[in-house]
Design a protein around this ligand. Sequence first.
Ligand code: ZN
Length: 215
Amino acid sequence: MTIAPHQKGTCPHCKTPNRFESVMNNKESAVSMQYLVNGSNDALSVLQMSRCTNCDEIVIFFKDKMIYPIGVIRDPCPKEVPPEIALDYKEACLVEHLSKKAAAALARRCLQNMLHQQNISKKNLSEEIDEAMKSLPTHLSKEIDGIRVIGNFAAHPIKSESTGEIVDVEEGETEWILNVLEGLFDFYYVAPERTKAKRNALNAKLQSAGKPNLK
Ligand SMILES: [Zn+2]
C-alpha cells in the first residue's frame, strides 16, 4: 500500500493520519510520479513521492515498497534502558519492515531478558509473563498477556520455550510486542528514574529549608 498525493494516509514520520500532497521540484513542477523503464524490456517501475501536509516530510515508494523513510519510525529507545536490552529492541525496529518474523523473535528475546533482569525467571516465557502480570499495572498486564494471545502461544509453544527462534507470526503480532516493550521500558526504567529525579529535587529544597529529607 502506498500513500499517493491527494490521498489520506498515516504519515510514517509524524504518525498522524492526514492528507498528502504532491512533491514539487525547485522549479515548482510536480515530481510525484516517475515511470522508470527497466533495462531492455519495456516494463515500467513506478517511483512515487508524496508530502505529508502535517510535518512536510516526504514519503517515497518504489514498486509499492516504502523506501523512505526506511522502516517504521518509532520513538527512540529511552536512554534509561540498559544497553544489552536496548540493542535487541533497536535491531527489532530496524528489521521490522523487512522481516516481521525476525523482528518478533528479537522482540520476544528482548522481553525475556528484561523480565530476567527484573528477577522474573521461570521455565518459559509464558510462565514469566504470568509472573510479571502480578506486579504490573492493569493496562500493561493486559498488554503483556496479549503477546501470548495474539502470538497464539498455544499453537506455537516454541515462542515461549525458545524466545529468539524465528517462527511464523500472526497478523499484528510483531507490532504488538514492540508496543508492549515500549510500555515496559517506561514502567521498569524511565518512570523510576523520573521519580528519583523529582525526589532529589524536593530533597534539595527541603535541605535548603533546613528540613529532613524524604526517605
Ligand atoms: Zn507527517
